[in-house]
Design a protein around this ligand. Structure first.
Ligand code: AMP
Length: 205
C-alpha cells in the first residue's frame, strides 16, 4: 500500500444499487473512471460471456433471458475472480442482488480486512425506469428488455434487492442520490455524496 502523510482519503470500495433503468451502469463506469478503479458489473460480465459463447454464457443465457437471477454461487465465482485483481478499490454494479449475496461478499471482504466504504443508491421513480428500459430495448435490442421481462426484473428488484439497502443502511453506508436529471448532474451528486464520506478521487500530483 502506498500512502503519504497527506493521504487522508478513504479507499473507494463501493457498491452502486438501483432498479433496472436507474442509470447505474452508466454512473458506475463514470465513478470508477474518476477513481481509477474497476467497475465490476455482473450483468455486463454475463452478457459478454453469452456473446463469447463460453461455458459460463451457456449456463446463464436462459436465466438472463427470463429476467431471473443467476445462482448465488455462480455469480459470486465470477465476482470473486474480478475482486482478486482489485487491490486498490472497486465499484460493484449489480452485485450483491439479494441478502445471501451480501453474506458472501461480507465474508470475502472480512477475510481481506477491506470492508465496503460506501453504497450509492440511485433513486428513480418506477415510471422513469420503465420509460428508460423501453427506450434501451428499442435502441440496443437487449433480449431481457421486453415488457414482460422488464416487469419480472423490477419485481425481483423490489422483493430481493431493495432489502439489501436496509442492511447497508443500518451500517450507515448508504447515500441515496436522485437519479433523475442530466448524466453529468447525477455524477456530480454521487461524487459529492462520496466526498462527504471522505472518499475522493486522488488529486493529480
Ligand atoms: P443487470 O445488467 O445488472 O440488470 O443484469 C442483467 C441480468 O444478469 C439480471 O437480470 C440477472 O439475470 C443477471 N444478474 C446480474 N447480476 C446478478 C446477480 N448479482 N445475481 C444473480 N443474477 C445476476
Amino acid at each position: 500500500m502506498t500512502s503519504s502523510p497527506h493521504d487522508t482519503t478513504t479507499a473507494a470500495r463501493l457498491l452502486i444499487v438501483g432498479p433496472q433503468g436507474s442509470g447505474k451502469g452508466t454512473q458506475g463506469e463514470r465513478i470508477a473512471d474518476a477513481f481509477g478503479i474497476p467497475a465490476i458489473s455482473t450483468g455486463d460480465l454475463f452478457r459478454a460471456a453469452i456473446a463469447a459463447d463460453s461455458d459460463l454464457g451457456a449456463q446463464v443465457k436462459a436465466v438472463i433471458e427470463a429476467g431471473d437471477l443467476v445462482s448465488d454461487e455462480l455469480t459470486f465465482e465470477v465476482v470473486r475472480e474480478r475482486l482478486e485483481d482489485a487491490g486498490g478499490g472497486f465499484l460493484l454494479d449489480g452485485f450483491p442482488r439479494n441478502l445471501s449475496q451480501v453474506e458472501l461478499l461480507d465474508d470475502y471482504l472480512a477475510e481481506r480486512d477491506e470492508p465496503l466504504t460506501g453504497v450509492i443508491e440511485l433513486g428513480v421513480p418506477r415510471a422513469v425506469s420503465i420509460e428508460r428500459l423501453t427506450e434501451r430495448a428499442r435502441q440496443q435490442g437487449r433480449t431481457d428488455d421486453t415488457e414482460e421481462v422488464i416487469a419480472n426484473r423490477l419485481a425481483i428488484y423490489e422483493r430481493e434487492t431493495a432489502p439489501i439497502l436496509e442492511v447497508y443502511g443500518r451500517r450507515g453506508l448508504v447515500d441515496t442520490v436522485d437519479g433523475v436529471g442530466s448524466i453529468d448532474a447525477i455524477t456530480g451528486r454521487i461524487l459529492e455524496a462520496l466526498q462527504r464520506r471522505g472518499i475522493a478521487p486522488r488529486a493529480a500530483a
